[in-house]
Design a protein around this ligand. Structure first.
Ligand code: NAI
Length: 264
């Protein structure tokens, strides 16, 4: 497939780039002409993605933990010094929490999840936005989740972390709009990726894969590329008057209460 070169001459940093939605974003940004800094804690998968993209001069990789402020700062510095700027930040890395009921919350799990899902986004935004303020423009896209909008799509800590990402998307959009920087979020529904593979594998084993998407109005789960294409829309000039928004990419899941037995 031949894509338009919407991001030729632009530099993007993608976190959680080694797998799932982040890898799809990386592939599509590369196909549309962007230079990339791809970061993840999984070095092996990062290396195989870089090999697949086969563009050593325009694709850099760095193994790091997004929750580590210094590592994120260094990644931004390296991006600017080796690729010549930073125009797009995709704060995408995330982990699931356990699904313990409210009576049985595990504070260690809450801390891990908030460190990665929320503070990882804060770290990326802090250092990337400084470069963008200097340049007088930039775009940040955060991968939140429908779990941040409604209950039932993840554990308590995961849902709270994603609700916080949606709120930080709004507050940072308000801070940064005056510098020409747009900040938006996507809220994916169920998508088959490394994070959700176990659910898909189990459902396939039982022959009930169709059930996984049954609550969506489109009656199926999503694909990583379908989230990536919305992230690229938000990164592009086609979204030039959008900031502070959280777009659900969920097959209609959050559009409806979808009450069992109420459909004719
Ligand atoms: P994935 O597991 O395939 O990809 C996540 C990537 O983030 C992995 O490569 C992982 O190594 C990396 N990562 C995790 N913690 C990290 C850390 N501390 N530092 C650096 N890298 C780290 O999963 P997926 O689904 O592609 O996840 C991407 C984003 O999409 C996450 O923020 C997730 O919460 C969100 N999401 C996913 C949904 C789904 O159904 N798959 C639904 C809604 C949101």
């Amino acid at each position: 497939m031949i894509y338009p070169q919407r991001f030729a001459g632009q530099v993007a940093l993608v976190t959680g780039a080694a797998s799932g939605i982040g890898a799809s974003v990386a592939r599509r940004l590369a196909a549309e002409g962007a230079c990339l800094m791809l970061v993840d804690r999984n070095q092996q998968q990062l290396e195989s993605l870089a090999k697949e993209l086969d563009a050593p001069e325009s694709v850099l990789i760095r193994t790091l933990d997004v929750a580590d402020e210094q590592q994120m700062q260094e990644a931004v510095t390296e991006t600017v010094s080796r690729l010549g700027g930073l125009h797009i930040l995709c704060n995408n890395a995330g982990i699931a929490s356990n699904r313990n009921p409210a009576t049985d919350q595990d504070l260690e799990n809450w801390q891990q999840v908030l460190q990665v899902n929320l503070l990882g986004v804060v770290n990326g935004t802090k250092y990337a936005s400084r470069e963008m303020v200097r340049a007088g423009k930039g775009v940040i896209i955060n991968t939140a989740s429908i779990a941040g909008l409604r209950s039932g799509a993840g554990g308590n800590a995961y849902s709270a972390s994603k609700a916080a990402v949606i709120n930080f998307t709004q507050t940072s959009a308000c801070d940064l709009g005056q510098y020409g920087i747009r900040v938006n979020a996507v809220c994916p529904g169920l998508v088959e990726t490394g994070m959700t593979q176990v659910f898909f594998d189990k459902a396939r084993d039982k022959g009930i894969e169709d059930k996984l998407g049954a609550r969506c109005e489109l009656l199926r789960a999503g694909r990583p590329e379908e989230v990536a294409s919305v992230i690229l829309f938000l990164a592009s000039d086609d979204a030039s008057y959008m900031t502070g928004q959280a777009l659900a990419v969920d097959g209609g899941n959050t559009a409806s209460l979808n009450m069992p037995g109420m459909k004719v």
